[in-house]
Design a protein around this ligand. Structure first.
Ligand code: EPU
Length: 319
């Protein structure tokens, strides 16, 4: 009986996968089957996604969402994969990424005055690129974000930022497509932005609009340069990491707290705490999601034992 049920389940899975592939091949989306998610996350960890789809246009996105909704197919949307930890068993369903080759990769300036400009950026634009690009045109506001990896969509979703400056500070409007495929444009006040979070749910950010102030180009570029130098000095750039693993507790730094326990360089398997910044955990080579989770849980327990502080992860864990 058990064996029979197992065969039935396998068949059902087979039929669903076939339907998905048939649908995807009828669209212009670029897709891959059994795609390693380790290739799409900066941590370099994650098993295979059943399907990995790069969506080029809003029309494709809407069609895909209508299909997933009608057929009750699980999906997950990624940006630059810089804040993500996928499980070793990968993702059963569709992982969607907005391509930066077409409309989701565009940057446009508009309503330019002597003192300010509005700029709209597709969700797949690289945040560091936008910060540098706007700085080069003499517009300030995003320069502090120039060292943050990832896309605009992902950064806005998680309200990425540095000390005293979040991406939500300069944005005023967001275009989204909800999980049923309906488009909407909403002003910033609808999203209740707080430290490293927004209340954006069940919707995909497709475009973000900012207001930026005109400023001296050299001053802004100098800030971009300084920001990047500070990062180079304090953070393990060039390694496989996901930025800060934990959010900062109020008025403190999770990195400082972990460091105070002398945990720099501590490792479990190939997952290791950076020797430069203790809130950065590195995949030395072949770390599994299990290694990384064990390290995260270990650190959380040690911090709690010593300080009674409950650290909360900043990265998203998808298993
Ligand atoms: N510190 C240590 N040891 C460490 C790390 C930090 O003693 O291993 C000390 C530093 O010396 C400093 C203080 O802690 O006195 C704060 O450190 P840092 O300036 O690096 O800032 P942070 O609070 O640890 C935050 C953001 C970073 C962002 C930096 C710089 C969070 C969780 N982290 O880190 O953002 O780059 O400020 O603006 O909000 C990220 O979000 O992924 C991220 C990397």
């Amino acid at each position: 009986m058990i064996k029979y049920q197992h065969i039935k389940l396998q068949n059902a899975e087979y039929v669903i996968k076939n339907n998905i592939e048939e649908f995807l091949s009828s669209t212009e989306c670029i897709y891959k089957c059994n795609e390693p998610l380790s290739k799409h996350t900066t941590l370099g960890i994650g098993g295979n996604a059943d399907f990995f789809v790069e969506v080029q246009t809003e029309k494709q996105l809407i069609n895909l969402l209508k299909f997933t909704n009608e057929n009750k197919i699980k999906f997950y949307v990624i940006g630059g994969g810089s804040n993500l930890l996928f499980g070793d068993n990968g993702y059963k369903g569709i992982v969607i990424k907005l391509s930066n080759k077409k409309e989701f990769g565009h940057i446009n300036f508009f309503n330019n005055t002597d003192t300010e400009t509005k700029v709209e950026a597709g969700a797949a634009v690289n945040l560091a690129y936008l910060a540098k690009y706007t700085a080069e045109q003499g517009f300030g506001g995003l320069e502090y974000l120039s060292g943050i990896p990832g896309t605009i969509g992902g950064a806005v979703y998680g309200n990425a930022g540095v000390k005293n400056c979040d991406i939500s500070s300069n944005l005023y409007e967001i275009e989204l497509t909800d999980y049923f495929g309906n488009k909407d444009t909403l002003t910033k006040d609808k999203f209740n932005f707080q430290y490293r979070k927004s209340n954006i749910k069940n919707a995909i950010i497709t475009k973000v609009k900012f207001i930026l102030k005109k400023a001296d180009k050299n001053d802004i570029l100098q800030t971009v340069f300084k920001e990047q130098q500070t990062r180079k000095k304090n953070q393990p750039l060039g390694t496989k990491n996901a930025g800060c693993i934990f959010k900062n507790p109020l008025n403190d730094s999770a990195g400082r707290i972990i460091d105070s326990l002398n945990l720099k360089n501590f490792n479990i398997g190939d997952a290791q705490i950076s020797d430069k910044h203790a809130n950065f955990f590195i995949n030395r080579n072949n770390a599994s999601c299990a290694d990384m989770l064990n390290l995260i849980n270990f650190v959380r327990d040690e911090v709690y034992k010593k300080y009674k502080i409950k650290l909360e992860t900043e990265i998203k864990i998808i298993k």
